[in-house]
Design a protein around this ligand. Structure first.
Ligand SMILES: NC(=O)c1ccc[n+]([C@@H]2O[C@H](COP(=O)([O-])OP(=O)(O)OC[C@H]3O[C@@H](n4cnc5c(N)ncnc54)[C@H](O)[C@@H]3O)[C@@H](O)[C@H]2O)c1
Length: 257
């Protein structure tokens, strides 16, 4: 018996990276997985990979920025599977640059995907969960939402908003059977990290050294925390965000040695 047997889990942006790692982990724990992804190629690839291992999985195209797209995804999945037990708001992207010349469209893209997208999916699938009187919503924010970090005004403002949404909606729905929880990952080995290194924003060595544990996170380590938070083991946890950052935030701005 898997811990998530019989649960239907919608994971946004799960074509690759942290979202796909969470999908693999939840599938191994018995959940039926909905790969809710904007990039059709990535989504189909992720679906095929889980199917080949014998897991129950559907790919559904979604743009979390669009209310119509999110509603259509919700209706198709509730229609097909009868219910949604778990929503993971994970879709994201990173665009960094000096605030004084930051393009408005890049500001909007990040706020739209990572803050408005979380609101739209939470509103739509949350309403379904409230009708059933049960469900868990897990929001993936970032350590970037917890403090200042040059060149990341839009990304970090979106993530700080997600941490606030988790607290606000979590308290609003706490007595109606729906938990809302979050993870703020530290720097994790995915395409976003590769992109930052390729753009010359930092080096893997610097990221490794900045974390107290002396290394960036692996996707499986974020996925492991995700499984705990959506499981019944976390039944008294709601309206809060778990920081999974290898001691990055606690280290603060003190010298590394
Ligand atoms: N990698 C890190 O170091 C790190 C650290 C902290 C937080 N995070 C957060 O974790 C989440 C996943 O990051 P990742 O590193 O796996 O990134 P990633 O780029 O590998 O994956 C993000 C996925 O989101 C999808 N997506 C983008 N826009 C979308 C949209 N409008 N609708 C639906 N899907 C969309 C992308 O196609 C992609 O598959 C993001 O929210 C990110 O901000 C990442």
């Amino acid at each position: 018996m898997g811990e998530l047997d019989g649960r239907v889990a919608v994971i946004t942006g799960s074509g690759r990276g942290i979202g796909f790692g969470i999908a693999e982990r939840f599938a191994a724990a018995g959940a039926f997985i909905v790969i809710a992804e904007f990039d059709e190629g990535l989504g189909r690839q992720a679906e095929a990979s889980l199917k080949a291992r014998g897991y129950g999985v559907d790919f559904v195209h979604v743009d979390v920025r669009s209310s119509e797209s999110v509603e259509a995804m919700r209706d198709a999945m509730v229609g097909g599977h009868g219910k949604i037990d778990i929503l993971v708001n994970n879709a994201g992207l990173a665009q960094v640059g000096p605030t004084e010349s930051f393009p408005l469209e890049d500001w909007h893209r990040q706020i739209d995907v990572m803050l408005t997208g979380v609101f739209l999916c939470t509103r739509s699938i949350g309403a379904h969960m409230l009708e059933r009187g049960r469900g868990v919503i897990l929001n993936i924010s970032s350590i970037g939402g917890l403090g200042g970090w040059p060149l990341r005004a839009a990304y970090n403002a979106a993530k700080a908003g997600v941490i606030s949404l988790t607290e606000n909606v979590g308290t609003e729905w706490a007595r109606r059977g729906v938990r809302v929880v979050g993870i703020a990952p530290g720097v994790t080995r995915t395409a976003i990290l590769q992109q930052m290194v390729a753009e010359g924003r930092s080096t893997l060595e610097r990221y490794n050294q900045r974390a107290a544990l002396g290394r960036v996170a692996e996707v499986e380590e974020i996925a492991s925390a995700a499984q705990f938070l959506v499981s019944d083991r976390a039944s008294y946890i709601t309206a809060t965000t778990l920081v999974v950052d290898g001691g990055w935030t606690a280290w603060g701005n003190l010298p590394l040695t």
